[in-house]
Design a protein. Structure first.
Length: 538
């Protein structure tokens, strides 16, 4: 190109390609008086997978959102390939080659895979030449590890396929740095290994750098090249993955005095714990329940849990687990079937809960087990507010409510300003501990726990797991529904797999094979070598 005077104008330099080298120097971000990031220094080598670990509130999301242009730090610098960059908006981050896959899906459900891919690219013309675009997309898919039908719509895709589409949306933009926020939370073990394996290969090919936010030590050890631990807004530990272990990482996350301490398991492996040999305490026979869309979500379930046993229910989200829990605890009508507790019919009334000793720890306890606007003390009294010593001769004794709440706050390590604080002011882990304090009080015969540690930090996870094991050791029957297979393998005595509303496989935890469990979870057990589903014993 030349000017009017004939002067030759050099073409703009081609954007750099390949994995990005990212550094942060003294990065600080505040929200009012709260310091979310405190002088964070981070080095991410090009063409590597770099894992970020930390408890909830440690600063992981704030850090990557500064990199992706959603937050602007008050102090410090972001360096890309050694040059300082100001990333004011997500659009600016995209222009630099930074992409991000979020924990929750951001797909347009009414659009096809092809339309979602083009929408991710932005700057679409008024009229799209679909013939050329489809050829372009088909060629693009040949270069990626994931193959999807361009005409399929998200509502017809499995959770794993939706996650792959989210990744494809970013790969279509040819990022130099890709941030993955808990990318395996909705995947089967096989899908998780497939996705992370391909992402690691993609990074090691030199095409991209990956930042992986995860809470699973197994994923860090298997797929990350380096790892950084954040604690209270500071980067407190960074190492090559090959030179550390989960014990050191856990100590760094928790602020242990010896960050090189040997690894300590949170609980005895299932193989070292005696299986439940007591009498059947919870019996479910032919249970069916409708889903929100008018179709059966729970279909003819039959299972039993014995005293002193944890039965784990595994499955990918959306296969009827939520409806099962709601049907058991009285939040959803039962279409048919029977539930017995201690040999007696159970219809989930408050009187039966108290008499038979059935307690529940539901998913999203702030929504399902609390009244957000009531105080901590009032929420803790929801189960027995009308019974002595919380009431006398028909009069409610609020002083007793607050006295007991203060004791439970101390016993369970609940972080709240006071027992008068609204429940909505507590963090997720402290809400869960508050519900646990209420549900674990008194004599318990059955505990139903649904995803009890989902989204919680390391400290809360360890504490809640230990309390679940204590309930089991005291002779109660525990039904543990979880989408985290690692959690079930650690805690359960038996594991059953739920798929499309049915229990399709059951195995003793000490004989469980991760690959076979994952195959049943994904509905493809035949490909894993199983001729027929193993019925769930009663």
């Amino acid at each position: 190109m030349t000017t009017a005077a004939g002067t030759l104008i050099p073409p703009p330099p081609a954007p750099p390609a390949g994995g990005m080298r990212l550094e942060t120097y003294a990065l600080t971000k505040r929200f009012g008086s709260f310091i979310a990031l405190d002088d964070v220094n981070l080095r991410v080598a090009p063409g590597t997978v770099h894992a970020l670990l930390g408890e909830n509130g440690a600063g992981k999301s704030t850090l990557v959102k500064c990199v992706a242009g959603f937050h602007r730090p008050e102090q410090g610098s972001l360096l890309i390939d050694g040059r300082e960059q100001g990333i004011a908006t997500p659009v600016a981050a995209r222009q630099l080659g930074i992409g991000m896959v979020y924990q929750h899906f951001t797909l347009a459900p009414g659009m096809t895979v092809a339309e979602n891919l083009l929408l991710a690219g932005g700057q679409l013309p008024a009229v799209i030449d679909w013939r050329s675009k489809r050829l372009e997309l088909a060629e693009f898919l040949k270069t990626t590890p994931f193959q999807l039908d361009l005409d399929a719509r998200p509502q017809s895709l499995s959770a794993g396929e939706k996650q792959k589409l989210e990744l494809l949306k970013q790969l279509y933009l040819r990022p130099r740095l890709l941030i993955l926020d808990e990318p395996t939370s909705v995947l089967t073990p096989q899908e998780a290994d497939e996705v992370l394996g391909h992402m690691r290969s993609f990074a090691r090919s030199g095409q991209c750098t990956i930042i992986l936010i995860t809470h699973k030590f197994r994923e860090v050890e298997a797929y990350a090249d380096e790892v950084t631990v954040l604690r209270r807004g500071r980067a407190v530990f960074q190492s090559l993955t090959a030179q550390t272990n989960s014990g050191r990482l856990a100590a760094a996350m928790m602020g242990g005095q010896d960050e090189a301490a040997p690894e300590q398991p949170a609980a005895l492996p299932a193989a070292q714990r005696p299986p439940g040999t007591g009498e059947v305490v919870l019996q479910v026979e032919g249970l069916s329940a409708m889903g929100d869309r008018g179709a059966l979500a729970v279909q003819d379930l039959q299972f039993a849990v014995r005293a002193g046993e944890i039965l784990g229910i595994a499955g990918v989200s959306g296969n009827g687990q939520r409806e099962l829990v709601e049907a058991l605890v009285g939040q959803r009508p039962r279409q048919r079937g029977q539930v017995r507790v201690m040999g007696q019919p159970y219809h989930a009334t408050r009187a039966e809960n108290r008499r038979l000793g059935l307690r529940s720890l539901p998913e999203e306890p702030l929504r399902n087990a609390c009244v957000a606007g009531l105080s901590v003390a009032e929420n803790m009294a929801l189960r027995d507010f009308e019974a002595p010593p919380l009431a006398r001769m028909g009069w409610l004794r609020f002083g007793q409510w607050r006295k007991r709440a203060r004791q439970w706050i101390a016993d369970y390590g609940i972080k709240a300003r006071s027992e008068r604080s609204p429940m909505s002011s507590l963090s997720g882990g402290n809400v869960q501990r508050s519900v646990l304090a209420r549900e674990l009080d008194g004599s318990i015969h059955v505990l139903i726990a649904a995803n009890p540690v989902f989204g919680l930090d390391f400290a809360a996870v360890r504490d809640i797991h230990q309390r679940l094991l204590k309930v089991r050791e005291q002779g109660a029957a525990v039904l543990l529904i979880s989408e985290d297979l690692d959690e079930l393998l650690e805690l359960a005595d038996r594991i059953a797999v739920m798929s499309e509303g049915r229990l399709v496989y059951e195995v003793s935890a000490d004989k469980a094979e991760r690959s076979l469990l994952g195959a049943y979870m994904g509905g493809g057990a035949h490909s894993a070598g199983a001729a027929h589903p193993t019925p769930v014993s009663s």
